[in-house]
Design a protein around this ligand. Structure first.
Ligand code: NAD
Length: 507
């Protein structure tokens, strides 16, 4: 039996600094049944501040016992929540939006501290999450179902019902936005939701739990269970959990999709990416340089929509030169944050060294970069590698750091082939001033999200987010109306009400 932790009861969770200074923060506990509780393992992991390279707090580790407690609390809460009208369920989301806006500044600094991203990037993280909340607020108007008379006196109607208890597993790179890809739609649909936050950045999710309570959500409707593989597997395997959304690496997405599907669960697992940006000679030089650099080095390249490979078609040297000039102006620590861990830094630098040894030319070298006063941080500066061959690891693998590899081709068809040969299919983009060239590429690129003169072609609400190939396992997308459909099931009712010829009110 768990005991409620006194660590957070009634106590402010406000994060202290309003700057990049190092500060300690509380232990991230599970939020189950309306209280913060330590995991049953009794163990915890340090939560590192990547900018400073040292622990700012701890996160509790959980196992099947904690998942069982969460499921029982959800089972107790679900009848009341599913019976709450959808318009009332959506009201919680209006209040959640207001609370996030109230504390935006403080939350940005907390997210920046746990993730290493800059303040501006943390603001984007939360604001994009708020858009997902706004979409869920509109569900009572969008999700009305439908009905028609399909025959004389026979009516067919469809309405969407919640699945019951559902869950989500999320990555480190967007501590608030990615959980909000799932939570608002799933809750407004009438489900109880159990989140397994990233153990690397557990604080954003911890704060969401508190805000949802403050917004009036009944206990047990939203819960968090922190930890690693054991907590994830307990969620996916629990017989009462009907559906699981996952966002993270392809390796884990593939594993969990297979695991949950074998149990007959509804699974939607978004994986990694290697996003190609095709640049043709007629592209606008300044626009292309600015957009490709922002896409490749924003969030230190730790975005599933970052362009990590540029295919330069034909004579594009002046565009590459302009890009290099823009990349060199990036101020590490101000415009670009730290990467998530020392292990990530070592992995990224390994790819740079490997490409260089295999003949790539290092146009901008981020190795050895550091930030004064934060020398222990996990720093890698913007890196541009030219003359990378499509078969090199730097061209094939998801490096997930601030590294842009340039592959050169003679024709657009060759460039499209390079993109399509890659195992991933999350995002792709083309930079051109020709509508015909753009259309030709868009029709042939095999990625779920394609940009024209946009380096990060994330479909904003009400459109749905999701890739192709090894970037997604499962059917449909995770946000927008597709997301709502994932967390609900259609019930069709066919009815015939007619007064019979041999009946009247008197007999
Ligand atoms: P990750 O796959 O290592 O971890 C994601 C989640 O899975 C975490 O909560 C983690 O605890 C859990 N996990 C890790 N190993 C597990 C295992 N063996 N069994 C069960 N659960 C396990 O990913 P990450 O490093 O946190 O995030 C980076 C990755 O996420 C990148 O590949 C990035 O492209 C991807 N990502 C994809 C999208 C998308 O929409 N496609 C969005 C954001 C991030």
């Amino acid at each position: 039996m768990h005991t409620q932790s006194r660590a957070h009861s009634g106590q402010s969770l406000a994060y202290g600094p309003r700057n990049y200074a190092f500060a300690e923060y509380t232990t991230a506990l599970n939020w189950t049944g309306g209280a913060f509780r330590p995991g049953a393992t009794g163990k915890s992991l340090p939560v590192d501040n990547p900018r400073h390279g040292k622990a700012m707090g701890q996160v509790t580790l959980s196992d099947g016992h904690d998942m069982q407690a969460a499921v029982e609390a959800a089972q107790a809460a679900w009848p009341g929540w599913r019976a709450t009208p959808i318009k009332e369920r959506a009201q919680v989301m209006y209040r959640l939006k207001a609370l996030l806006e109230r504390d935006l500044d403080e939350l940005c600094w907390l997210l920046s501290a746990e993730n290493g991203k800059t303040y501006a990037e943390a603001k984007g993280d939360i604001e994009k999450g708020i858009e997902c909340i706004e979409f869920a607020c509109s569900l009572p108007n969008l999700a009305a179902g439908g009905q028609i008379d399909v025959s004389r006196g026979v009516n067919c109607q469809v309405s969407y019902e919640p699945l019951g208890i559902v869950g989500g597993v999320v990555p480190f790179n967007f501590p608030v936005m990615v959980p909000l890809w799932m939570i608002p739609n799933a809750l407004v649909a009438g489900n109880c939701f159990i989140l397994k936050p990233s153990e690397v950045v557990p604080y954003g999710a911890m704060r969401l739990a508190k805000y949802l309570q403050e917004a009036g959500l009944p206990d047990g409707v939203f819960q968090t269970v922190n930890g690693q593989q054991a907590a994830v597997e307990a969620l996916v395997d629990h017989p009462a959990v009907q559906a699981v959304g996952f966002v993270g690496s392809t390796k884990v997405a593939r594993l969990l999709y297979a695991r949950g599907s074998a149990l007959g669960k509804r699974m939607l697992c978004l994986g990694g990416a290697k996003n190609h940006v095709l640049v043709v000679p007629d592209a606008d030089v300044d626009l292309t340089a600015a957009n490709v650099v922002a896409s490749s080095f924003g969030c230190a390249g730790q975005r599933c929509m970052a362009s990590s490979l540029m295919v330069a078609v034909g004579p594009t040297q002046r565009i590459i030169d302009a890009m290099v000039a823009v990349a060199r102006k990036i101020r590490l620590g101000e415009d670009m944050g730290a990467v998530i861990s020392a292990a990530a830094k070592a992995r990224i630098e390994g790819y740079i060294a490997g490409a260089e040894a295999a003949g790539a030319k290092v146009l901008v070298d981020g190795r050895g970069a550091t930030v004064a006063g934060c020398e222990a941080g996990n720093w890698v500066g913007p890196t541009v590698l030219d003359h990378v061959r499509p078969d090199m690891p730097a061209a094939c693998d998801e490096i997930f750091g601030p590294v842009l590899s340039i592959v050169r081709t003679r024709t657009l068809d060759e460039a499209i082939q390079v993109e399509n040969a890659n195992a991933y299919g999350n995002g792709a983009a083309i930079f051109t001033t020709s509508g015909a060239v753009a259309r030709y590429a868009v029709e042939r690129l095999e990625s779920g999200m394609v940009g024209i003169n946009i380096g990060v072609p994330v479909p904003r609400e009400p459109f749905s987010f999701g890739g192709f190939a090894d970037s997604k396992f499962g059917h449909g997308d995770l946000t927008g109306l597709d997301g709502y459909r994932f967390w609900s099931r259609p019930k069709k009712v066919t009815s015939k009400w007619a007064i019979q010829a041999d009946q009247n009110w008197m007999n």
